[in-house]
Every structure is written in C-alpha cells, then in structure tokens.
Write a new protein. Structure first.
Length: 512
C-alpha cells in the first residue's frame, strides 16, 4: 500500500509543474477551496515563476499521460475547477512522442504470441498518431486489406495505476474537508475516471464498444463505424479497417473537396442524438481529430475507448429537460429535476424554475450562431450550489460530449443551432416513448412479464408454506394469556412471592 508521504510527494511534484504554468492561481483565489488545499498550493508554487495567463492544458500535458486523461475529465467539471480552467482544458491534445518501432513490434509479438509478419504483410514504421495510451500504425494484412493497428504503449498501465492511486487518496482527503467539497463529490469523479481509463486500456472492450455502436447506427447510414478485425485484435492490440477520409478539423480541405458542410453538421448532431437519447450508448470522444468526412457527405468515427451509457429512465428525463429548455417550459424542466432527485426535496420547485429561466431566457434572444449548449451548461453549473445539487457523474460524459459535438458542428456550419437541430428528433422521440401508444405498449409488456412470473411466485409460496406432512392436524388449543415478566425488581419480586408460596404450600402439607 502506498504511504501518505508518497502521495504528498507526488502531489507536490505535480503541483510544482502546475505552478510553473500558473495553474494553481485559481485554486488559491477560490473562496470555496479548503484551507489545507490552499496551503499545499502555496508550498508547491513557492519560488516558481508564473506566467501572466494560466496555461492549464500545457501543465497537464507536461505532467504526463495520466494527467492528460485526468485533465480531459476535469474539462467537464467547471463547477469543480472553474470555467476558465475547464475551457482551457478542452484544448488538451492527447499527443506524445512516438515509441520506437522496435518496441511496438515486440509488444505486438508478445500480445499475439507470434511475429507480426504472420498477420500483416506490411506495417508502416512511422505512426499516424501517438497518444498517451497507444499509438496507431497503418498496415496491410496478409489477405491484402488496409487496416489501422492500435498498440498499447508498454508500461502505460503501471503509470496509470500509480497516478490513479494518488488521485483517489487526494480526493478522499479533499472530500472530508468541507461541505462544499463533499457536494462536488471528487471521490466519485476520480472513481469514474478510473473506470473510464481501465476500459480504455483494454482494447477488447474498445472493439466490443465499436461493434455495439455500429449495430445502433444502422438507423443512421451516413454515420460510419469501421469494422473490427477480431482475429488481429487482443487486449493490447486493436486492428480496424482503414478510414480514408478528411478530418473534420481541416475545413478548407473539406471545402476544396466539395463537401456539403451544413449537411455534415446536421449528420453529426443527429447521430449524437440517436446515440445518446434513443440508444443510450454514445461515443464520448467525438472531437474533430476522431471524425472524418467520407464521399457522399458521410461521417466516420474512430477511437472508441471512451463510451457513455445512460439508462432509459435517465434518457426520458434528459429528453424532457432538453425539450423543455428548447420550448421555454421551465416549470416542467424544474419538475423533472425534482422527480429525478437532482434537486433536494426541501427546495421550492417554482424557485428553481425561476433560476432556470434566468439561464435559458438570455439565450433565446441571441442570434442563432451565438446560442450555445456550452453557455447553457455553464449557467446550470452556476445555480447548482444555490440548490444543493450534488454532481451527477453518470451525466458528466454526456455534458462533455454535448459541448464537443456542438463545437465541431459549429466549426462546419457557424449558423447551425443545436437546439433547432435537436428539436424535431427530441420531439419525435418523446412522442414515441411517452405518448399514449407507448404507454399502452409499456403496460402490456409489464403485465405480460408479471403473468410470466406467476408460476415462479407460486413455487416460492409453496416453498415458504409447504403442504402438511404425515402428522395429523393438531386439535385446537385454548387461548391462554401469556404474561411476559421483565428483568429488574419486578422479576425479583415475582420470584420471591413464588418462593414464599412454595414454602407455604409445603408447610401446609406437613401439618395435615
């Protein structure tokens, strides 16, 4: 077990790097920062030269791979790190110098249990991407197909394990320091980060996620998910079909190639809504580097290491919240927050509806290009403290992805409005899921399932109350009141009287 001294040493070392980039200034100035954390930040920055403007993303980049991933997670938490830091962390580029090709080949051979030449006729030595967890090489299989081979960086698992161990320790210390810190639930945030990272470090899980997403996207033929080569994939090596397209980040190349940019933006938004609201399983890392334009104005996605999942009940609440904000029905949005337990019951629904109106109405008067879900989320975060709203970790990935998708869509079509694009889809989904036909169908399914459980229920009753055995039924017994005698002086008194009565009866018998 790692000692507290080791954790503190790591935190001070990382804090020193953060201080050199000015990234501790906000922590020191925030009045909600617990005093021990503020003191640790001052010790870490002692004597360090700080830039005029904090460079949060650069600081996490300098610390290392685990910090890069943590920074991407914290970008979803402006309530935890502040709006300025969260916005800057969105620019974190998950890029590192590549591992030598010989090391990659050795890792592939260890994972496959045979030389890579047995599976690939050619592998390009120069990677097409080198990230904190893995790097990707273009290759040709022995049967002539072009593929992308993603290989886990050697030693990255141990690095993440050490870092996450300290993150968990630090979060536990901070959470117990104040009520405000407990409301933000840093331990749960780190635990979610740990789970996301463990999934991302297992390429079989990533392959399964891609396969599941591909099945769900059959309803959106313009959104393409590359096929998995299962025979050339392991827990540490992932092989997928090669996507030969133009990155959505290269807007000029898209224009030169004749793509319909507004149509691409609409395709992206609709695909995201299909994933998040209709299916409850969505690609949670849809930044421009992971999205490509294909002929026919189609979009292909890659990198399925981070996926989000939402159950049906939460999706219904989410759809109603989105539609309520779109249509200005703040009262219904407030009611849903109370029904979902997002706002404690001791608060007033009408007061919360008014607070939501203060967030939503300013956007309704803006030009289309200036209306932003990111602005809406920032506004919602600003009222969470007033209404004692605790963090909802299951929605963090969704919030991050919504902002990300809106940013990519706006870069393609500056005039797009995610609200307007979402309204028809959300309206139809609500009608389908919550309309009278859906209600009747749900009741029928529920009743049929109840009937199907009746035989099992009868068997359990019989097991609890078995049939009588060979012994004949007992005759009815007279009801007699049972006197329960407690301890203490009452018990002593009754015992003494009983003893005296016994002695008296014995003497009487002797005197006869």
């Amino acid at each position: 077990m790692t000692t507290s001294v080791t954790h503190l040493w790591r935190l001070l070392k990382w804090g020193r790097t953060l201080a050199r980039h000015g990234a501790l200034r906000g922590i020191e100035r925030d009045p909600n920062t617990p005093a021990p954390v503020r003191r640790l930040a001052r010790v870490a920055r002692f004597g360090a030269r700080q830039p005029a403007k904090p460079a949060y993303a650069d600081a996490f980049q300098a610390i290392g791979p685990a910090a890069i991933k943590l920074g991407q997670t914290l970008a979803t938490r402006p309530d935890l790190v502040g709006e300025e830091a969260a916005h800057d962390l969105l620019r974190l580029q998950d890029q590192l110098p590549p591992v030598p090709f010989e090391t990659i080949c050795a890792a592939m051979e260890a994972s496959f249990g045979r030389p890579p030449s047995a599976l690939f006729s050619r592998i390009e030595e120069m990677p097409v991407g080198a990230a904190s967890i893995a790097q990707v090489h273009r290759a040709i299989t022995t049967d002539g197909r072009q593929v992308a081979v993603k290989v886990l960086r050697p030693g990255v698992e141990d690095d993440f394990t050490r870092a996450i161990d300290t993150y968990q320790w630090a979060a536990a210390q901070v959470e117990g320091m104040s009520r405000e810190a407990a409301r933000l639930r840093p331990r749960l945030t780190v635990e979610n980060f740990r789970r996301w990272t463990l999934r991302e470090l297992n390429f079989r899980r990533e392959a399964a996620s891609a396969s599941e997403l591909a099945e769900g996207m059959t309803a959106e033929p313009d959104f393409v998910v590359p096929q998995i080569d299962w025979q050339r994939s392991t827990a540490k090596v992932l092989t997928v079909e090669w996507i030969d397209g133009i990155k959505l980040s290269n807007r000029q190349a898209l224009v030169d190639a004749g793509y319909d940019l507004p149509r691409l933006a609409q395709t992206l938004v609709r695909a995201f809504l299909r994933q998040a609201i209709a299916d409850g399983f969505f690609h949670a890392d849809m930044h421009q580097g992971n999205l490509f334009a294909l002929p026919g104005n189609k979009i292909a996605a890659i990198d399925f290491g981070i996926m989000g999942r939402i159950d049906r009940r939460a999706r219904v609440w989410l759809a109603e919240i989105l539609y309520g904000l779109i249509t200005g029905n703040y009262k219904r949005v407030a009611e849903i927050h109370f029904e979902a337990g997002y706002v404690p019951a001791h608060h007033n629904v009408a007061e919360f509806a008014t607070a939501l109106r203060a967030v939503g109405e300013p956007m309704r008067g803006l030009p289309v290009k200036d209306m932003s879900i990111g602005m809406m989320l920032d506004g919602l975060f600003s009222i969470t403290r007033d209404f004692d709203m605790v963090t909802q970790p299951h929605l963090l990935l969704l919030q991050k992805t919504m902002v990300m998708v809106e940013g990519v869509a706006t870069s393609l079509d500056p005039n797009i409005n995610l609200w307007d694009s979402a309204a028809p889809f959300v309206r139809e989904w609500i009608r389908t899921e919550l309309g009278p036909e859906a209600y009747v169908a749900d009741r029928l399914i529920q009743d049929v399932r109840t009937l199907a459980r009746l035989p099992e229920l009868v068997r359990r009753i019989e097991a609890r109350y078995p049939a009588p055995g060979g012994e004949p039924p007992a005759p009815p017994l007279k009801e007699i009141e049972v006197v329960r005698i407690g301890g203490g002086w009452r018990y002593a008194l009754v015992a003494a009287l009983s003893g005296a009565a016994g002695v008296a009866a014995t003497l009487a018998a002797l005197l006869r």
